[in-house]
Design a protein around this ligand. Structure first.
Ligand code: ADP
Length: 507
């Protein structure tokens, strides 16, 4: 190898510092932006990081970018529509309190009830069942059904019903009602917002024929819409011979359908929002995986190179590269862990674990890190076998001990695990800088740090303790902290003797 000149070394040390800085910045900004909902920002950051560590990841990032931007737009739209829906419902509810007379009073009260009961339904099937139920009750008719428009098939499909016998509904929902919004009757119906069809209504021969077939006397059809888009049809009907809908019922039915339309639009947006959230988590998780792979390869090559190096200076420089790489890897791991937790995709795998093997692993990993002024002591755990999730317990201990090392410039750190009749206790105690009392209630929150200023002396993202708390809760336990500035901190993780079942936790 060529000896490294002092200028080059200076440039490299700057570059290494810059890369490290960029890496840390990228992950911190990514995590913060995800929390704040600014999705383009993590995208840009992760793309930058991808360019730094591998072109393959970058190409995938671009593919994801399109999906992410789309999901962001949907999120914005959903948020605005939900606020709009809330405002409109509030205005309906407010108008119900205004005194009016006669038919209006009854109608307004009925509408207020419909709005009140639909406002809380975000699940589409629940909402549509409720809408059919309410329509039948407030109109005082025999039954109600809802049909949703399936644009890909060009038909209305039966989704919800109330007041029809189950076998009758089975026979109805197999219908695939076509629609031609250009025929004059349909155009008029959509403009009026309500139409009554009886067995001898000439304008809608197909519906009239169906009434005869199913033994219905009259149906009142109303469109469910979002702006100009037709989402579906809502129908109320009579079996009773000769029964017809009065003009007052028709007005009420139109208003109920309008409220139903808003509620349905809201439920659809909620579905889209959930989809957007799922996409976001998938994006973070995929990108973290993609970034981790080339970084691991780089670290591997670094280790191989270390065996070849002869001079202490060269080894020292390579050690610096390795430290930054490991730090970056840990930050990516933390982002990945948070995204896994958010997606609820990672239920605990509870199995017997010989604790001493985990302790050995951890001791080896921490021994490989550069020495600090604090002595790290692992209290022996003997032949203890515990039932837990090995990977999750390892992340918990690593985060707590990692923090203790970071915040204890001199003194000692002690890691202890005891198993009693009432459960297990993991204690990480340090004699470091401690945490002021006013910060203690917040340090387990995402991105909370005692010192989050630009000039802070300790690195980190503020994700570590959040991850610890989430994982401990997944294992059925709890984590607490006692600390005093200048005297040190003690983190105690209490785990149940028999961890709660995996199935229950996954639910
Ligand atoms: P970070 O990446 O900043 O370490 P954490 O979520 O792990 O994020 O910790 C949140 C904050 O809690 C830290 O920034 C630090 O201010 C404080 N903290 C955590 N552990 C300790 C400790 N052992 N001693 C002192 N302060 C700590």
């Amino acid at each position: 190898m060529q000896p490294i000149g002092s200028e080059t070394r200076h440039a490299m040390s700057q570059e290494s510092g810059a890369h490290r800085g960029i890496g840390v910045l990228v992950v911190v900004v990514t995590a913060a932006a995800l929390t704040a909902g600014y999705l383009w920002l993590p995208l840009a950051c992760l793309c930058a990081l991808a360019i730094a560590v591998g072109a393959g990841a970058c190409v995938r990032a671009l593919v994801w970018r399109a999906r992410l931007i789309e999901s962001h737009a949907r999120e914005e739209k959903s948020r605005r529509a939900a606020e709009d829906w809330q405002r409109r419902c509030e205005s309906v509810l407010a108008s119900a309190d205004r005194p009016t007379d006669g038919e209006d009073t009854a109608g307004t009260a009925a509408l207020a009830r419909v709005a009140r009961e639909l406002i809380s339904a975000l699940d589409k099937p629940v909402l549509l069942d409720r809408l059919c139920h309410l329509t039948t009750e407030v109109l005082g008719c025999d039954f109600s059904t809802t049909w949703l428009w399936k644009p890909e098939e060009g038909i209305y499909e039966g989704i919800a019903h109330y007041g029809t016998a189950p076998e009758q509904w089975e026979a109805m929902r197999v219908l695939r009602l076509p629609s031609d919004p250009t025929v004059p009757q349909m155009v008029r119906f959509l403009a009026d917002g309500v139409v009554e069809v009886t067995r001898d209504t000439p304008d809608f021969p197909m519906i009239a024929a169906l009434l005869g077939y199913y033994g219905f006397e009259a149906v009142l059809c109303t469109p469910l819409r979002r702006g100009d888009e037709i989402l579906g049809l809502h129908a109320a009907g009579y079996y009773t011979s000769g029964a017809r809908f009065s003009p007052a019922q028709q007005r009420l039915a139109r208003d109920v359908a309008q409220i139903g339309s808003m509620a349905l639009a809201n439920a659809l947006l909620f579905e889209e929002l959930e989809e957007a959230g799922r996409l976001k988590s998938e994006f973070v998780s995929t990108m973290s995986h993609e970034l981790r792979t080339p970084l691991n390869v780089m670290l591997g090559y670094g280790d191989m190179l270390a065996d070849e190096l002869t001079t202490g200076t060269q080894r020292e420089l390579l050690g610096g590269i390795r430290r930054s790489g490991v730090e970056l890897l840990e930050l990516i791991e933390a982002t990945l862990n948070v995204s896994r937790l958010a997606a609820g995709k990672d239920p605990p795998q509870i199995e017997p674990l010989t604790l001493s093997t985990l302790w050995d692993d951890l001791r080896t990993e921490f021994d490989a890190l550069p020495r600090t002024g604090a002595v790290l002591r692992w209290e022996p755990v003997g032949p203890l076998v515990v039932r837990t999730d090995r990977r999750k317990l390892k992340i918990i201990v690593k985060n707590l001990v990692g923090n203790a090392r970071k915040f204890t410039p001199t003194g000692e750190i002690e890691v202890r695990y005891t198993q009693g009749r009432d459960g297990a206790e993991l204690i990480v105690r340090d004699t470091g800088i401690g945490i002021p009392a006013e910060h203690l209630p917040h340090i387990f929150d995402m991105f909370r740090q005692v010192d989050s200023s630009d000039a802070r002396s300790y690195g980190g993202t503020g994700l570590g303790l959040y991850i610890v708390q989430q994982l401990v809760e997944q294992l059925g336990g709890a984590v607490t902290v006692e600390s005093a500035p200048g005297r040190g901190s003690t983190f105690t993780v209490r785990l149940p003797e028999h961890p709660v079942s995996t199935a229950h936790l996954a639910a």
